[in-house]
Design a binder for this molecule. Structure first.
Ligand code: NAD
Ligand code: DAU
Length: 341
């Protein structure tokens, strides 16, 4: 089978390529990636001999058409993925997430190629902290940020191309991923690398916001399950029952690194900061038989800390750039200290 993976030099895409080369040697992978600030060719070094890498943009219609014509399956990870960046400059998000997805859809439509669309639980907006509800496939779309709005747009485009043009597509909406090769702008690697470089972790606002953490390999086994067994036209929510508030995540990282669990700062909150995400993945589990492997968050976090400890060359340059970008964007340490009761 020939497969085109967009965004394969990013966090989840690179892990997907690694998993696929390990478990499916019959699949030939072509990665299409623009190598934006978030892409890192080095993330593909361990599999470089097994894949074809194309440096290009998913909005380049001629390039995309040529690559899609030569493949049996497209798995679309490429995106502008960071909420904070989308608040500073939404345009790259519109370009890649909306125009880029449309470009891919036109190509898979022309060549009748199977397509899997990677999306996020953020399209559903957020939940109250004390609400027992979780997102399901029928939760109405209610995105909050420019990032999640452009991802919601891309999902709707896929649904329209499926219904109007018969494109053979499936969609998945996953919760927050963690694991190796994640850019240090994101919450967990930012705090791990803060501790490893002697800086204090940074919690937005009070740190009570809840995210539903899933290990990246569990996300990617779920994607393969959907490609193998999913019903065309359907959406599947991916989650591993990992709800944890941000303060607990920071305290756990500090504890696992042997530091005082109070050694962190509260900083400027994110405007429009979504309170809580929570996934009900019953459809994926009961209809397709998927189950997560990394059910122990502390163990997954320990392995992730070890990875960042031993791969400083992969992140050290990006760390300096990222921390200066957060300062330029106006992040300031606050005075409020909220202690657990
Ligand atoms: P990432 O930012 O780490 O990687 C994105 C990749 O896409 C980079 O390699 C980048 O170079 C590439 N890219 C960006 N614009 C491009 C363009 N115009 N043309 C070609 N390549 C381009 O993102 P990630 O965290 O790996 O997320 C991957 C996908 O998973 C995204 O669609 C995201 O919305 C979705 N998702 C992410 C999470 C999460 O927790 N990170 C959770 C659910 C869904
Ligand atoms: O839910 C899925 C989404 O998860 C994906 O669609 C996005 O691509 C991915 O970036 C992620 O979005 P979040 O905004 O939830 O992730 P982020 O890592 O930016 O932040 C996680 C939480 O941690 C959020 O509540 C904000 C908070 N935070 C973040 C940073 C960077 C902090 O408290 N301090 C920080 O320094």
């Amino acid at each position: 089978m020939r497969m085109l993976v967009t965004g394969g030099a990013g966090f989840i895409g690179a892990n997907f390529v690694h998993l696929t080369t390990r478990t499916r040697p019959d699949v030939h992978i072509t990665v299409l990636d623009a190598l934006t600030y978030a892409g890192n060719r080095a993330s593909l070094d361990p599999v470089a001999d097994h894949i074809t890498f194309v440096h290009g943009d998913i909005t380049d219609a001629a390039l995309v058409d040529r690559l899609v014509a030569e493949t049996d399956l497209v798995v679309h990870f490429a995106a502008e993925s960071h909420n904070d960046n989308s608040l500073g400059d939404p345009w790259p998000f519109v370009h890649t997430n909306i125009i880029g997805t449309t470009t891919l859809l036109q190509a898979v439509r022309t060549h009748d190629v199977r397509y899997h669309h990677i999306s996020t639980d953020e399209v559903y907006g957020d939940l109250e902290l004390d609400d027992p509800a979780r997102f399901t496939e029928t939760t109405p779309y209610n995105p909050s940020s420019p990032y999640s709005s452009t991802k919601a747009s891309s999902d709707l485009l896929v649904r329209a191309w499926t219904r109007s043009f018969g494109v053979r597509a499936t969609l998945s909406n996953c919760s927050n991923n963690y694991g190796p090769y994640q850019h240090v702008e994101k919450f967990i690697p930012r705090q791990i690398t803060n501790v490893l470089t002697g800086a204090r972790p940074k919690l937005y606002g009070a740190g009570l916001n809840v995210r539903d953490w899933i290990h990246v390999d569990d996300h990617n086994t779920a994607v393969w399950t959907i490609i193998d067994k999913g019903t065309l036209g359907q959406t599947y929510l991916i989650g591993a029952d990992g709800e944890t508030d941000n303060r607990t995540v920071v305290e756990t990282i500090l504890e696992l690194c042997g530091h005082d669990t109070n050694d962190y700062d509260h900083v400027t909150d994110r405007p429009g900061h979504d309170l809580r995400y929570a996934i009900d993945s019953t459809r994926l589990r009961t209809e397709l038989g998927w189950t997560p492997t990394y059910t122990d968050f502390r163990a997954g976090l320990t392995a992730t800390i070890d990875w960042y400890r031993t791969n400083e060359n992969w992140w050290s340059t990006k760390k300096t750039e990222t921390e200066s970008a957060y300062l330029t964007a106006g992040e300031r340490v606050g005075v409020t200290r909220i202690r657990r009761s």
